[in-house]
Ligand binder design. Structure first.
Ligand code: IDP
Ligand code: MG
Length: 156
């Protein structure tokens, strides 16, 4: 039986460049193969107001307006994934913010070149994950379900 107290959730989003470049399936596949559990997913054109909220901590950065424009330039695939240590592990799977510093094997290391087109978002802490999940999803959009392979992925 999976130890429920070690489970946490993270918010991930394939950004518009990832969607335009046809990388949604490849990206989702990495988290599925890892063994994490998908609990919510939606394909949306994010309203600017939502993006301002999402990136509010970066509002004083020189790249902020370009960032919001980029994130509003097309639809995104917003997702919630669950698993043990999923926040940190997903960040490792994403790579560094700047794809130039991301190792091959990571998502940004394999599929992106510039920091302003780095194809995926992932929460940086459990606290921001919870904030971001609440911002992008209504509580009833999170699906509570038992994934049948969990005893093959977790020993306890
Ligand atoms: P993160 O996405 O790895 O958490 P943050 O520092 O939170 O990185 O920045 C949010 C997003 O802002 C990045 O993913 C990237 O799209 C964009 N960004 C960060 N730094 C720069 C920059 O120097 N130039 C352009 N865009 C940037
Ligand atoms: Mg961040």
């Amino acid at each position: 039986m999976t130890s429920q107290n070690k489970q946490e959730k993270t918010f991930l989003a394939v950004k518009p460049d990832g969607v335009h470049r046809g990388l949604v399936g490849k990206i989702v596949s990495r988290f599925e193969k890892k063994g994490f559990k998908l609990v919510a997913m939606k394909f949306i054109q994010a309203p600017e107001e939502l993006l301002y909220q999402h990136y509010r901590d970066l509002k004083d950065k020189s790249f902020f307006s370009g960032l919001v424009k980029y994130m509003a330039s097309g639809p995104v695939v917003a997702m919630v994934w669950e698993g043990e240590n999923v926040v940190k592990t997903a960040r490792f799977m994403l790579g560094e913010t700047d794809p130039k510093k991301s190792l091959p094997g990571s998502i940004r290391g394999d599929f992106a070149i510039q920091v302003g087109r780095n194809i995926i978002h992932g929460s940086d802490s459990v606290e921001s994950a919870n904030k971001e999940i609440n911002l992008w999803f209504r509580a009833e959009e999170l699906v509570s379900w038992h994934k049948i392979d969990q005893s093959m992925i977790y020993e306890d």
